[in-house]
Design a protein around this ligand. Sequence first.
Ligand code: ATP
Length: 470
Amino acid sequence: MLRVKFAIFIRYSKIKPNSEVNMKKESSHTKNDLMEKITSLCKRRGFVFPSSEIYGGVGGFWDFGPNGVLLKNNIKQLWWERFVQIRDDITGIEGSIIMNPEVWKASGHIESFTDPLVECKNCHSRYRADHMLDGRFVGEGKATKKNQCPTCGETVFTEPRNFNMMFKTHIGPVEDSSSETYLRPETAQSMFTDFKQVAEISRKKIPFGIAQIGKAFRNEITFGNFFFRSREFEQMEIEYFVKPGTDEKWFGYWLKEWKKFIIDLGINKNKLREYEHPKKSLSHYSKRTVDIEYDFPFGWSELTGTANRTDYDLKQHEKFSGKDLTYFEEEGMKRYHPYVIEPTMGVDRMMLAAIVDAYDENESGEVFLRLDPKIAPIKVAVFPLVNKEKLPAIAKDIYNELKQYWFVQYDDGGSVGRRYRRQDEIGTPFCVTVDFESQKKNTVTVRRRDTMKQERVKIKDLACYFMDKI
Ligand code: ATP
């Protein structure tokens, strides 16, 4: 919800001085080419493509294909294991997407979850004012300079006005203001409204956290950079409740944990940096916010945020709901509103960063997606060298065994070289080839994506071999 910093007036001085708002400036031609190549690979290999494409798509919405959904699920699963499963101080929930509309009054979203919108006075196209001012559209359509409409080239716009980014909908059959509500723009709020119940049910003592992975919806005025900024996306968020006075310590802790997680996904740590939000542009609830940015081909852009939300949300919900949301600390016999540290990250942005980071080409222009084996959609591909003798049957047996543990592919189409290329493009770290020797010696060749090294492994040892490496 950091965009509320634009809520009141739009000034050059208020625009985030680096990162995503400067994307176009930082882009070089080659970097744009890279984004085009990645977009094409993602479509060709079933990672991501436009939603309802047969109807021309719908701006800012994406479908994740067979490989995309696996990659995404792997990221989410690793996150859930690390921050919920193996920790005693965090418990998970799944809140509903549509909540009581009072929630959004209390949280401040109805009043301030806005982006500044300008309209071209000539062609009536609409853009985000800060994006227009920072030169984001230069080079697009008819825009050759800052503050020029990409659609018609005119430079006269209406005054910026605040546009609320929540998607409105109605509950029940009558579409009037009494039935109006919104699709949630962040997962956080159910973790505040459920705070007391979850604390009691799970018998957690402060400090403790509630975690959630789920969809969020924002009617972004300017979407783009492939699926970096979408209108429907997923978040992985934790609301970590702490004793006031310990909040700064926990903030530092979560910032480090977040960074470690990103690096453990295999993302190059030299392409990460922190962005400390200046005090004057912090969201209304935040005492401190630090983003982790990734050096995307279109410039440094936000991957994650960590915010010290203080006791703002719990107090607001207490005020609006009339329900006590304090915590009773038995040791000190004290009742207080906990402070909340919120580390949050977008699943889709993490996935895009993983793909960008892993993209590689050799001198012949062959593409490799050097994804960490932990997140690679397909862990092992199994090929019979040729469809002769017992080779396909042996390969099928291996495939049937390995797929008990991982997503594995069987491929007997075309030359082995072509089959390797297909797997390299989707990031499969290991390929197993069954050849004539396999029939006699019960061994196969395992070829590694990154080193291209091949080694002979006994068929009976394959599962353990991959267990060790994945
Ligand atoms: P931005 O400044 O890029 O608009 P934000 O600061 O508003 O993002 P938060 O409200 O902090 O974002 O949301 C938490 C996380 O959700 C972000 O760090 C990002 O990874 C992800 N996210 C936010 N908006 C989008 C979007 N439109 N599309 C994809 N992911 C998003």
